[in-house]
Design a protein around this ligand. Structure first.
Ligand SMILES: *Cc1c(COP(=O)(O)O)cnc(C)c1O
Length: 236
């Protein structure tokens, strides 16, 4: 990564990586959306990237995200919440985001559905799957996924789109592929069970090629666009 290049130039490079990964997998690049993960970066960075054509932005920390959404009100940015959700924080998420990728409990889903304003379209959601077992506490288990997905799909103000996962980071492309393949298989299981899902949210700065090879339809990319995050990540 060239430290002097702008976020817009780095975004172009990420789009080129997505295209190359699609070529290698005989996939159409229009089927892979780029979510720019702007957590820890400020509204000016978001606005600059939006001007260069980026439409969807992902945020993990609610307070920080709400300030940015407010500052970007004049844009048509589509905001995605991708972080852990506490049950007392569901209302602002239901009110200010278009998508939520990180549903891991039915109780959270029910609250988001109840709190989604009637003036807005249904909240687009993914259920987060834990494919790393003990190594990660986030996400439901593969065993829990079908029932949770079914419960979410039945909620009136949510629209279940698919599955999100954050596999254990590894430099080994074969291991990356194997983890993403498990997410894809779980997703295909939902479709085989009759759920109308179309979204596989997986792949980040260091492993998006493996994710695209295994069928990702949204890749969530922060560092490769905005650079290294300016401060350590702390839970809010
Ligand atoms: C921070 C974050 C990303 C982006 O990670 P990078 O490695 O910086 O691309 C993607 N998904 C989630 C859920 C995140 O919290």
């Amino acid at each position: 990564m060239n430290a002097d290049s702008s976020a817009a130039e780095r975004r172009d490079a990420v789009i080129a990586r997505i295209r190359a990964a699609c070529d290698a997998a005989a996939r159409d690049p229009v089927d892979v959306a780029l979510l720019a993960v702007s957590k820890t970066f400020d509204a000016r960075d978001v606005l600059a990237l939006a001007r260069s054509g980026q439409h969807a932005f992902g945020e993990s920390y609610l307070q920080e995200a709400l300030a940015k959404i407010e500052a970007c009100q004049a844009t048509d940015i589509e905001w995605h919440f991708i972080g852990p959700i506490q049950s007392n924080k569901t209302r602002p998420i239901a009110e200010h985001f278009a998508w939520v990728h990180s549903i891991e409990r039915e109780k959270i889903a029910r609250r988001l559905s109840e709190q989604r304003p009637e003036s807005l379209p249904p909240l687009q959601v993914c259920v987060q799957l834990n494919v790393s077992g003990e190594a990660s506490k986030s996400g439901c288990t593969p065993q829990e996924l079908p029932a949770l997905a079914r419960a979410v799909a039945a909620l009136p103000r949510l629209r279940l789109r698919g599955v999100m996962a954050i596999p254990e980071p590894t430099d080994d492309p074969a291991l990356q592929r194997a983890q993403f393949a498990r997410v894809r298989e779980a997703f295909e299981g939902l479709r085989a069970g009759g759920l109308d899902v179309d979204t596989l949210s997986m792949g980040m700065s260091d492993d998006l090629e493996a994710a695209v090879a295994e069928g990702a339809t949204i890749v969530r990319v922060g560092t490769a666009i905005f650079g290294a995050r300016p401060r350590p990540l702390a839970p809010q």
